[in-house]
Design a binder for this molecule. Structure first.
Ligand code: ADP
Ligand code: MG
Length: 700
């Protein structure tokens, strides 16, 4: 149960003064992450930090006031000029030492105006100064007060990120009221950490940030800001540590064997394992042999050869008499894994089956029977692997490919089948260290560095959209020379549908120019249609395939040698890197053409340069983090990784590790969070929406 001290903060925002249904709906848009239907709460207003401030203590003068930005003037009111007709604005003329300005009001009653701006008085007025026909004017000043009134008023006010239709005044008032509902909370952080970093108390930090007196008060590196970032990290690390503790508690078992299956697999591989692969395999086998449950992340760039590593682990499980499940995020990938693994498995005497949402009826029932009976050693599939009625004979190892697409919270449900199976997560997204921590907490990590021998570098060029004609000509030549190309269409933010239209249109256009060697694959196709389109491309019936980002992960057509990416400036760097990784898998020299819409902004330019210059996924990911912040790194749309509300990974990354250590330490001392500090930490978890983690505690 949520501690009652938090009740006021979890009350609906509609309980605040000035927040009716309309404002509440706007706050919902502004503050509540998509996909949540909880509605805005007082807490959400508290966590909505200002992006800047207006300082009315600073006075400008009419003649030199900057145009178009908020300025505060001290003015003597000269005369009122009512609008000649109803639709004409009223003007109030006022001056300072440097000149005259017109304060312009539409549809204002003259009596009201005369009272607001009395002739002969000196007033403090702020608003946007605009020059119109060579004269300065200010339309609807947003702040008007007499000198005497201004004395007693807050002249410095925070400026919040807004959404259309919401008034700044209403939002400020709501935040202010939210602050009044907040009382001090018991300290949840380690006193040492608090002291070392000079952190103010949680409530003090929030109050300070909502009441900035100086731009420095809003600096992400000031102690109040860092305090809140730390709290957010601590909540997330504690939640991850709790889920890890829970998983580890379900005692695993030692899986090890005589090496027979592994040798058989190795004998059938048409290549030698790389040093990196050997090392990763050793780390994994070592974990599997422990009584503790394995929770390991295998990170390796696209094409690094993770599948074989997984296969060796699954062979080891078989030696120990256990089954393995390999979970892929999409149907295409599940089929591809199956096709790739089946030849090796068969040669090595391992039995393998494919189970996806497309299986049904008798055939499915037969597969389930074989799985439940232990006739199958390795099951490859999509989510269908974990449906209710799928029973395993003895599931010992779960391998998850490209897990970030599943969402981190699903981690627990994945392993519900079987007796506490070992878990190996493979990701091609070269997540930087801070993000690994953010997403996976203290999962153990193996990194596959270096690519299999024989890989050729990919020549990457950036070309403006105006030159698309040349690119199409080049595509024609390449096709004539027997090459295969991907043509990836823009990711349009608004909707999946417009993605599709773009791809469809490009397909039609290229088909006109290049003929029926052009194919199309996109996310809205049925599984069979997708397979057919990819099979045509593989077999060479089509030579150019227009695709949306469905090809982003893992698709393997080794003889495709050119990839054209349209609107490259709209993709995340890591996404571009993944896409580019579709080529350069065979023995031909390959290339990547980044088509962009000019003009490019500075950041976009820098980002495309990084991709042109580097093929190192880890470096690209770090650069991406520096250039844009963590929000989009994994392509927020597909990733299960939600960015933080307050903390900024690129600024506060150093705090993450401290939070991880603190979380771990707390749980060794107080695994049930029963101590006084433990209670405070529960409050923290609720505050940051980690209710799920608290439930883990109770489930014991
Ligand atoms: P990823 O890490 O992107 O999942 P894959 O496992 O799909 O990479 O491997 C990419 C390609 O490299 C596959 O065709 C695979 O058979 C091949 N491969 C894997 N390991 C080696 C190796 N040691 N030497 C040569 N080729 C390899
Ligand atoms: Mg793969």
């Amino acid at each position: 149960m949520r501690p009652s001290v938090l009740d006021p903060l979890f009350a609906s925002a509609s309980s605040l003064p000035g927040v009716g249904p309309k404002v509440c709906a706007l706050l919902d848009t502004l503050l509540v992450p998509a996909g949540s239907d909880a509605g805005p709460r007082v807490r959400d207003l508290l966590f909505h930090l200002p992006s800047g401030l207006v300082d009315r203590r600073r006075r400008e003068e009419i003649a030199t006031a900057p145009e178009g930005v908020l300025a505060t003037l001290k003015l003597r009111i000269d005369r009122h000029q009512p609008g000649a007709t109803k639709s004409q604005p009223a003007r109030v003329f006022a001056r300072d030492e440097t000149g005259e300005i017109a304060l312009t009001y539409f549809r204002a009653q003259s009596a009201w105006l005369e009272k607001l701006l009395p002739v002969g008085e000196t007033m403090i007025v702020s608003g946007r100064v605009e020059w119109f026909n060579g004269r300065p004017q200010m339309v609807h000043p947003e702040f008007v007060a007499s000198e005497a009134e201004a004395e007693g008023m807050t002249l410095v006010e925070p400026v919040y990120p807004m959404t259309a239709g919401l008034s700044a005044k209403v939002l400020r008032k709501a935040v202010h009221a939210s602050l009044e509902r907040m009382s001090p909370l018991a300290e949840w952080s380690d006193p040492d950490v608090v002291r070392r970093h000079g952190f103010p108390a949680f409530d003090k930090a929030l109050r300070a940030l909502h009441d900035p007196q100086d731009p420095l008060d809003l600096d992400v590196n000031n102690p109040a800001y860092r305090r809140l970032a730390y709290d957010e990290f601590l909540a997330s690390q504690l939640a991850l540590a709790l889920s890890r503790q829970r998983m580890k508690r379900a005692r695993g078992r030692s899986l090890s064997g005589d090496g027979a299956a592994r040798s058989a697999v190795q004998a059938t591989l048409p290549f030698e394992l790389t040093e990196g692969q050997r090392q990763a395999i050793n780390e994994i086998l070592n974990d599997m042999a422990q009584e503790d449950r394995m929770l390991r992340l295998l990170q390796g760039d696209v094409g690094a050869g993770k599948t074989v590593v997984a296969l060796m682990a699954m062979a080891a499980a078989k030696e120990a008499g256990a089954q393995s499940a390999l979970l892929a995020p999409t149907e295409i990938l599940a089929r591809q894994h199956y096709a790739g693994l089946a030849r090796w498995c068969e040669a090595a005497g391992l039995s393998i089956a494919l189970l996806t949402g497309r299986d049904n009826g008798k055939a499915r029932a037969e597969k389930l029977r074989r799985i439940a009976g232990g006739e199958v050693d390795i099951v490859v599939g999509t989510h269908a692997l974990f449906q209710e009625d799928v029973e395993y004979h003895d599931l010992g190892l779960v391998v998850v490919d490209e897990q970030h697409r599943f969402g981190v919270h699903q981690r627990l449900s994945l392993t519900r089948k079987g007796r506490a199976p070992d878990l190996l997560v493979m990701t091609a997204t070269p997540i930087p260290r801070t993000l690994v921590l953010a997403a996976f907490g203290d999962m153990d990590v193996s990194r596959l560095t270096g690519k299999p021998a024989g890989r050729k570098p990919i020549a990457t060029v950036a070309v403006p959209m105006e030159r698309i004609g040349e690119v199409v000509e080049r595509a024609r030549k390449a096709i004539e020379a027997g090459e295969k190309l991907y043509w990836v269409c823009p990711l349009v933010e608004e909707s999946e549908k417009s993605d599709l239209t773009a791809a469809q249109e490009r397909h039609d256009h290229l088909r006109q120019v290049l003929g029926d060697v052009v194919g199309l694959v996109h996310g809205r196709m049925s599984g069979e249609e997708k397979d057919a389109a990819m099979a045509d491309f593989k077999s060479g019936r089509t030579r150019l395939v227009v695709a949306t980002t469905v090809i982003e992960v893992g698709v393997d057509v080794p003889d495709a040698s050119i990839i054209v990416i349209e609107h490259a400036e709209r993709f995340g760097l890591s996404q571009l890197h993944q896409l580019r990784g579709r080529v350069g898998r065979g023995d031909r020299p390959s290339s990547c053409v980044l088509l962009y819409r000019s003009p490019l902004g500075e950041t976009a330019k820098a980002r495309l340069a990084v991709i042109r210059e580097s093929e190192d996924g880890f470096r690209i990911a770090e650069e991406d983090l520096n250039l844009r912040g963590e929000g989009d790194l994994l392509g927020t749309r597909q990733s299960g990784l939600r960015s933080f509300r307050i903390a900024k990974l690129e600024e506060h990354g150093d705090l993450m590790e401290i939070a991880r250590d603190d979380a771990r330490l707390v749980l060794t001392r107080d695994p049930e969070l029963k101590s006084e500090r433990g209670e405070a930490l529960r409050t923290l978890l609720y505050l940051f929406g980690k209710d799920e983690a608290v439930r883990l505690l109770r489930a014991g």
